[in-house]
Write a protein that binds this ligand. Structure first.
Ligand SMILES: CC(C)(COP(=O)(O)OP(=O)(O)OC[C@H]1O[C@@H](n2cnc3c(N)ncnc32)[C@H](O)[C@@H]1OP(=O)(O)O)[C@@H](O)C(=O)NCCC(=O)NCCS
Length: 174
């Protein structure tokens, strides 16, 4: 049985964090994340150039969540957005998805993402009913690789679906 329905929005709690829905007033923090060279370094995405880019991004994410296409949490510490985490690219049978995450630089190296990932994996496997979760991470992205290996994600051999060889596919089975 799978359950890929994200309304009402599933708020998740960890010891220090609240994982909540992204809202329009998160635009400054989303801009900070998506325009930061350090955060973008291994992500292969176009940096946000203006607050308008951040506003459009929030709108697109809100639509996707409403359609149950993906689930995207703002990671909140004492009321401040410090990063984001998401599950996306669900397979048609809802047994497989991809995970993505990012933290503002000043909140890295403090164990926050470990806390968030733990809850999101639990949500993906237990609530949605996924059998596997994948992560595509740049081969030089040591912080992301360390994080995935802590949760026992296993490096996959490169395949057709992974045409960009600078990215490694990690996979975790339920
Ligand atoms: C990937 C990313 C989220 C990892 O962040 P991170 O801060 O290294 O990961 P965590 O929050 O789990 O913190 C782990 C570190 O905090 C340290 N730490 C400090 N206090 C801690 C605590 N209370 N509990 C656990 N760990 C703690 C750990 O020792 C570890 O440090 P180490 O890597 O030197 O061993 C971050 O590097 C990032 O946002 N990168 C940019 C975006 C990106 O590349 N995303 C990947 C997409 S695939």
């Amino acid at each position: 049985m799978t359950n890929r329905i994200f309304t009402p929005f599933p708020i998740l709690n960890t010891d220090r964090l609240i994982l909540r829905q992204l809202v329009n007033t998160d635009d400054n923090e989303i801009f900070a994340l998506r325009s930061d060279d350090n955060v973008n370094r291994y992500l292969g995405r176009q940096p946000s150039k203006s607050i308008e880019d951040a506003k459009s991004f929030i709108q697109a994410i809100t639509e996707n969540v409403k359609k149950n296409d993906s689930i995207y949490w703002a990671i909140s510490l004492s009321g401040n957005l410090i990063g984001t985490i998401c599950l996306f690219e669900f397979s048609d049978d809802n047994t497989k998805a991809e995970i993505g995450y990012e933290l503002l630089p000043s909140y890295q190296g403090k164990g926050f993402m470990q806390e968030a990932v733990l809850e999101v994996l639990e949500f993906g496997f237990q609530h949605i009913g996924l059998n596997s979760i994948e992560a595509y991470t740049h081969s030089e992205n040591q912080n992301s690789t360390k994080l995935l290996e802590k949760f026992n994600f296993k490096k996959q051999l490169s395949s057709e679906s992974n045409s960009d060889k600078s990215f490694i596919v990690f996979k975790l089975l339920k």
